[in-house]
Write a protein that binds this ligand. Structure first.
Ligand SMILES: C[S@@+](CC[C@H](N)C(=O)[O-])C[C@H]1O[C@@H](n2cnc3c(N)ncnc32)[C@H](O)[C@@H]1O
Length: 331
């Protein structure tokens, strides 16, 4: 793509529309306006906002085509209710709240690049703060469900009866896979607050009998302690959050819970082997830099780590720009 003045301006000013939609979501404007029309004064009163500032924010949202303004009232634009105004399978309000938590750390990027990781500002407490964790994990359901359904369509799960999802977050993979494969039972291992959020999803999707949820700080324990003899283990969007040593250590722990012939599948926002494409994992690496831990990997790096951990028949394929599946088999 050619670099033009216009393109540089669009990239550099991208934070302005981003923060406009994040602030409106955080303040509850889309939920308030879901399916109804209110004046600026009614919105600012209902949400206890400054009248002038609220009017300007509503105007910017009209400019961005997220709201419409008719006869003195603000309304949500078509489809905005489905994504931001209500809790639906296509809802996105949690992932936007998660982005809003990350936004502050991103603002310090230049300072982080000067001083290095962990020197500038504490990262949002994604695991230990209940609210931040809930927004993060619910957000993972919102953006993970389409990929999890694609996974269930494209990965051969015939013969799998026992499936471990390490760092399973909201249990989005067991839920999507379970819909297609009624014979599979799942164990989801994750940090305690995350497991509390997962419990709500597993119940909502009627999977409580088939998904066992286990408190397991998997990067930090010597063993996983979730049983063994698994036919398949998934590590989806997990390894990038840890320093290399802990990530490699986790692969060895997963090796230990699989039966001989059992498969590990890693799903990562991985870079191609040229190291500099596609764009999403390169920018996502910055997201890990500002959170003080983790990075993104090339596909070959992940394949090499699997081989080092004892896996054989190692292979990889890209599902989409933010998702590469790397798999191996325990001999
Ligand atoms: C990005 S989520 C992925 C969730 C799920 N596997 C998916 O693909 O949607 C990462 C998971 O790893 C866990 N985790 C452990 N240590 C973490 C850390 N330092 N940062 C972020 N997540 C961490 C979280 O509880 C979370 O469930």
């Amino acid at each position: 793509m050619t670099i033009t003045q216009e393109r540089i301006h669009a990239m550099a000013s991208g934070f302005q529309p981003a923060k406009t939609i994040l602030a409106a979501n955080e303040l509850g404007i889309f939920k308030l306006l879901a399916g109804k029309g209110l004046s600026a004064g009614e919105v600012s009163n209902a949400l206890n906002l400054d009248a002038e500032a609220c009017g300007m924010l509503l105007g910017a949202l009209v400019g961005l085509k997220l709201l419409e303004h008719k006869r003195g009232k603000f309304h949500d634009a078509p489809d905005v209710k489905k994504y931001l105004g209500e809790d639906s399978d296509e809802g996105m309000s949690c992932i936007l709240r998660h982005m809003n938590h990350l936004y502050e750390s991103w603002a310090s990027l230049d300072a982080v690049v000067k001083k290095g990781r962990g020197k500038i500002k504490a990262a949002p407490k994604l695991l230990s703060d209940r609210k931040i964790n809930r927004d993060f994990i619910c957000g993972m359901f919102e953006i993970g469900y389409p990929t999890a359904r694609k996974f269930a369509e494209e990965v051969d799960l015939k013969g799998v009866g026992k499936f471990a999802d390490i760092g399973g977050g909201p249990a989005v993979y067991p839920i999507a896979i379970g819909e297609k494969y009624p014979g599979i039972n799942f164990v989801v291992a994750d940090y305690p607050n995350t497991i509390k959020v997962a419990r709500g999803y597993v119940k909502k999707y009627g999977m409580s009998k088939r998904v066992k949820l286990v408190d397991c700080p998997f990067f930090d324990t010597a063993d996983l302690n979730i049983g063994d003899g698994f036919d398949m283990a998934l590590l989806s969007q997990v390894l990038h959050a840890a320093p290399d040593g802990k990530a490699k250590g986790l692969l060895k722990k997963v090796f230990g819970i699989l039966r001989p012939g059992g498969k590990i599948i890693i799903n990562e926002n991985a870079r191609n082997d040229d190291a500099f494409s596609p764009a999403p994992p390169l920018v996502f690496a910055i997201n890990m830099l500002i959170q003080n831990a983790g990075r993104t990997f090339t596909v070959s790096e992940l394949k090499g780590w699997l081989k080092e951990s004892g896996f054989r028949k190692v292979g990889a394929r890209r599902l989409h720009e933010r998702s590469v599946l790397v798999e191996g088999t325990r001999p």
